[in-house]
Design a protein around this ligand. Structure first.
Ligand code: HXC
Ligand code: NAP
Length: 276
């Protein structure tokens, strides 16, 4: 069987698309001929990514710097993308922030920062893009995390935020589904060479523990994530909506294992931040 994916003439927006997993997704759509727009806070990262998208073969590559916590800035940025590109066929919302921290040692602002980026950012991006989504046919992909359903010590903020992201996926798949818009979440496992994996499981005992737990015997990579998003952005998945697609080498069939406990023990052994 041969399956060819052609995104020529398709408009793809990737928010948080200037590094790691999301940039890999943006580059994959570019290499399949799409028009691609990326956004994040840093204009340097945006410019660097736009150049890479052009080199990868994008029909058009544009970018803008905005913070997903600022609803007005998101709305303006996405309106500018619409003006330059036309209606969006695929929207990927993947901006996120994460740091390991015990709840008792996080300030209210620390907890809120992750809620604001991951959860509020997701709804800002979706609502900002809503007027510009192609109907019928648009596909929205929210980048979630295993924390959405697996509780880890040191991750209460991310667990709360990403659980909310998946519930937004499910509820809006109904509210917007009647207009022909599909919405799914993608959950990366541990993806090698990324900020998220380095923050949570740096090289050493933590990384070894993760690797040893993955039934498929390897960490995930950028191609694993990009391939899933190409599928969800294409007509191959035209009847898939409201799902949470886990791309983790079967890691989380084993639950959280000892990993969260190890992170909790590590954080408890460090000097307290006294932010409670
Ligand atoms: C406790 C912390 C902290 C820490 C920051 N804070 N780091 N509290 N422990 N380690 C507190 C600060 O003291 C402050 O509270 C509040 O959080 C906001 O911090 P700022 O530095 O002012 O925030 P900001 O500059 O907006 O940066 C946001 C950020 C940062 C989330 C803190 O790390 C960031 O920009 N991250 C983006 C990149 C990223 O995180 N990538 C990984 C995504 S991976 P006070 O009270 O002092 O004001 C992921 C899932 C991975 O999401 C899953 C793997 C399986
Ligand atoms: P990353 O490289 O840190 O990517 C985060 C992206 O979001 C960057 O482009 C960053 O650019 C942007 N961003 C961060 N805060 C933002 C804000 N407030 N406003 C706008 N843009 C913002 O992270 P990653 O590890 O590849 O993770 C990407 C996604 O996968 C996240 O949603 C994460 O939760 C999820 N995930 C990752 C893993 C993993 O193994 N890495 C596992 C599970 C889930 P700027 O700094 O320029 O803003």
């Amino acid at each position: 069987m041969t399956v060819e994916l052609d995104f020529a003439g398709k408009r793809v927006v990737v928010v948080g698309g200037t590094s790691g997993i999301n940039r890999g997704i943006a580059e994959a759509f570019a290499s399949h001929g799409a028009h691609v727009a990326v956004a994040s806070r840093s204009i340097e990262k945006v410019e660097n990514t736009v150049a890479a998208l052009k080199a990868a073969g994008a029909a058009q590559a544009i970018g803008a710097a905005f913070d997903v916590r600022d609803a007005d800035a998101v709305t303006d940025g996405l309106a500018a993308f619409h003006e330059q590109m036309g209606e969006f066929d695929v929207l990927i919302s993947g901006a996120a922030g994460n740091f390991p921290a015990l709840a008792a040692e996080m300030s209210a602002n620390a907890f809120k920062t992750v809620i604001d980026i991951d959860l509020m950012g997701t709804i800002h991006v979706m609502k900002g893009a809503y007027p510009f989504l192609k109907r019928p046919g648009a596909s929205i992909i929210n980048i979630s995390a295993p924390q959405a359903w697996i509780p880890y010590e040191g991750q209460s903020h991310v667990c709360a935020a990403k659980a909310g992201v998946d519930q937004i996926t499910r509820t809006l798949s109904m509210e917007w589904g009647i207009e022909g818009i599909r919405i799914n979440s993608v959950v990366p496992g541990f993806i090698e060479g990324t900020e998220g994996a380095d923050r949570l499981a740096p090289e050493g005992p933590a990384r070894k523990m993760v690797l040893d737990s993955i039934p498929l015997g390897r960490l995930g990579n950028l191609q694993d994530m990009a391939g899933t998003c190409l599928f969800l952005g294409s007509e191959l998945s035209s009847y898939i909506s409201g799902t949470v697609m886990v791309v983790d080498g079967a890691l989380y069939q084993r639950g959280g294992g000892q990993f969260g406990q190890m992170m909790g023990d590590m954080l408890r052994s460090m000097p307290k931040r006294n932010k409670g």
